[in-house]
Design a protein around this ligand. Structure first.
Ligand code: HEC
Ligand code: HEC
Length: 348
């Protein structure tokens, strides 16, 4: 077991290292200079290098924001969005009901390739989203992460907090073409190859105890000290709910492969990442806000668009997962912001 002091200083070292590489890059892989390639290599050791036909974007930093000549009031809005994105816990009990910050999963302030860089949403939305079956804009994409990943109740569309968050996302996208028709390097958590062997809960458990429990806890509950999230929860009431993207085993496997153990990734094999994801996503967590009062029915209803990739409604380790009414720390199941939309002119 690592002692707390060494764990924390290790994290701080990582934070400073990532700030040292805060240089904006926005160009096709084939146009990268040797210096830019070296910068990427230092930022993402062992990660796949950009291909010629991929667009590489390392967003401007907060220092670039200060130095830019945009309106001071816009700077304020972007800085407020940054503050909400990096310390989302300030909305706890209002919009957030677990111990996550946006940066718990969108690492490096939402700027880091292979860690769900959020600028990609700015340049590809509005678009149709299979998960909810209609056209979504940036605000609605953010609403999705509040409802599922933060097990919460999103800020109102058009509210000050929502405008600030979207302003921060849009600032990060500076220099990327809108609706690009090329691949975006390191977007999302790039999917790993199918595992050679079926992902295995028991193997995952052993790997977890060895590589992850020192920070995230044996019980996956993470660690909060003086109201500050040191290590986010991987399962249980303080974690993301059953409707969250990270509940899909392939998404979590990719997140783990490229980003964990913190400061050492990628160091696990693909198979190890798949086994770990099977273990973590094979644990209980708050109910899917789309729950119909019957876990099998809910799974079936969202099977095609979502649950085919989760363990929800399946028996794992002798337990039927998701068969409960526990909504975690909130007192409602589904936030009103989750609703359908129709632009055909045929809506009743
Ligand atoms: C538990 C992990 C987790 C947390 C916490 C989280 N997200 Fe996400 N987010 C995801 C996953 C998973 C995806 C889907 C990535 C993919 O498609 O591979 C995603 C996608 C996104 C996207 C779209 C990115 C793209 O490439 O189009 C945006 C924007 C976003 N999240 C914003 C937020 C905001 C804002 C917050 C905080 C309020 C937040 N997220 C919190 C896991 C999380
Ligand atoms: C040195 C401490 C440390 C170790 C070891 C570590 N993590 Fe993390 N992990 C973190 C921190 C800190 C974050 C939040 C990222 C941030 O804020 O930049 C995180 C975030 C995560 C997340 C996304 C947020 C959430 O709670 O769902 C997952 C999933 C995760 N880690 C899984 C793992 C797995 C699996 C391992 C073992 C292979 C592991 N971690 C090892 C510190 C650690």
């Amino acid at each position: 077991m690592l002692r707390k002091f060494s764990v924390l200083s290790f994290i701080l070292a990582g934070v400073f290292a990532s700030q040292a590489h805060a240089v904006q890059i926005s160009k096709m892989g084939k146009d990268l200079t040797p210096e830019e390639r070296a910068t990427l290599k230092a930022m993402l050791p062992n990660a796949p290098e950009p291909k010629d036909d991929e667009f590489v974007h390392i967003p401007p930093s907060m220092a670039d924001l200060e130095a830019s000549n945009i309106h001071p009031k816009l700077k304020e809005a972007i800085k407020r969005g940054y503050d909400l994105f990096t310390n989302t816990q300030q909305l706890k009990g209002k919009n957030v009901f677990n111990n996550m910050n946006c940066v718990s999963c969108h690492m490096g302030e939402g700027r880091r390739p292979f860690a769900g860089p959020v600028w990609a949403a700015v340049v590809t939305l509005p678009d149709f989203r299979g998960k909810n079956g209609h056209v979504n804009n940036l605000e609605e994409r953010i609403v999705g992460c509040f409802s599922f990943s933060m097990n919460g109740k999103p800020p109102e569309y058009g509210s000050d907090d929502m405008v600030a968050l979207t302003a921060y996302h849009q600032w990060l996208a500076k220099g990327v073409p809108v609706y690009p028709d090329v691949k975006l390097y390191g977007r999302g958590y790039p999917k790993l190859k199918d595992p050679a062997e079926k992902p295995d809960f028991a193997r995952g458990k052993a790997l977890y105890e060895q590589n992850c429990a020192a920070c995230h806890g044996e019980n996956g509950a993470g660690l909060v000290q003086n109201g500050k999230v040191q290590f986010p929860a991987l399962w249980g009431d303080d974690s993301f709910n059953w409707g969250a993207g990270a509940a899909r085993v392939f998404t979590l496997a990719a997140f783990i492969k490229y980003n964990m153990p913190l400061g050492k990734a990628p160091s696990l094999t693909d198979q190890e990442a798949w086994d770990l994801a099977q273990y973590v996503d094979g644990q209980e967590r708050p109910q899917d806000p789309r729950y119909t009062e019957d876990v099998k029915e809910t799974r079936a209803k969202y099977e095609k668009t979502f649950h085919k990739d989760t363990l929800y409604g399946l028996e794992v380790n002798g337990k039927l997962l998701g068969n409960h009414k526990n909504v975690g720390h909130k007192d409602f199941l589904k936030p009103d912001a989750l609703r359908s939309r129709d632009f055909s002119g045929q809506a009743k």
